[in-house]
Ligand binder design. Sequence first.
Ligand code: API
Length: 320
Amino acid sequence: MRIKIRKCHGSGNDFVLIDEITNKYTFSEEERAKISASLSNRETGIGSDGVLFLQNSDKCDARMRMFNTDGSEAEMCGNGLRCIGRYAMELLGKDKITLQTMKAEYQTVKAPELYENVPTIQIWLNSVNLNTKSLPMVYDKEHCFFETVPAVDENLKITAVSMTNPHIVTFIDKLDNTEITRLGEKVNNLKSVFPEGVNFNFVKEINEDSIYVRTYERGCAITKSCGTGMTASSVAFCLKHPDHYGKDINIYNDGGMIKINVSRNNDKYENKFTGNASYVFDADLTLDENYKLVNIDNRKEFTDEIEAYDKFFQASREAI
Ligand SMILES: N[C@H](CCC[C@H](N)C(=O)O)C(=O)O
């Protein structure tokens, strides 16, 4: 099987993008899952946090389907939506488009660059749901705001937020990867509480308008950043500090930094989510009958974008 791909990333959360519109690919459901797991593998594949499939949509300008490294399909992917949004705007010759995902549609627009030569996209992530049933989370109350959930941990205070994919958020003083991995694996094996798994976001407050977020992603593990996770964390940050509604929050992460502005009207939350959408390389792949990568041809690096993002990343480290 021959597949054209574009490697890209949103704040270090990296993806293989497959354009089914231009290339007229038709994959079975089994093929999507197997291709995603195979290409995401950092030892034997291209190496990524998942695969983004760009498809035609009968109700939006285009559609994104996102698959995790384990081949599971996610309802939504914030960093991936910026990448596929940029790609689709360039393909369609538009500066503003709507994108269909599994359970919601999003406005995506080109935004002023966060940093010189770092292509920047803004998404209006308005699919926040704080009802625990929406994750789903088996819980005896409608909301889980800063609650201790003994089945998760005796001490941590948990806040549950659905971005159409499930998230829990906790505020901690120290980000320890061993502990984050232990807790991330634990909650994704806790089907009695999280029947469909959950992304676990660990937030350290830096100052009054900046936080650092590290996420153990469902279907992946710790990633350099998680877009829906940083959004869920920003909503929890505003629940904790209500004076932050309507203000830009700087969200630092292991892959760089993005900005989120959370506004709330009654129980409706709106998130303007602004961050990079950077290309890394194009390539033509050959997969064998087991979807294993056997050859990479015509690899073309986006050298300027890679260099510009590296400078942005270094600048983001100096700010924390
Ligand atoms: N692992 C997530 C999907 C990817 C989300 C993340 N990469 C983002 O940018 O939102 C899940 O299974 O819900």
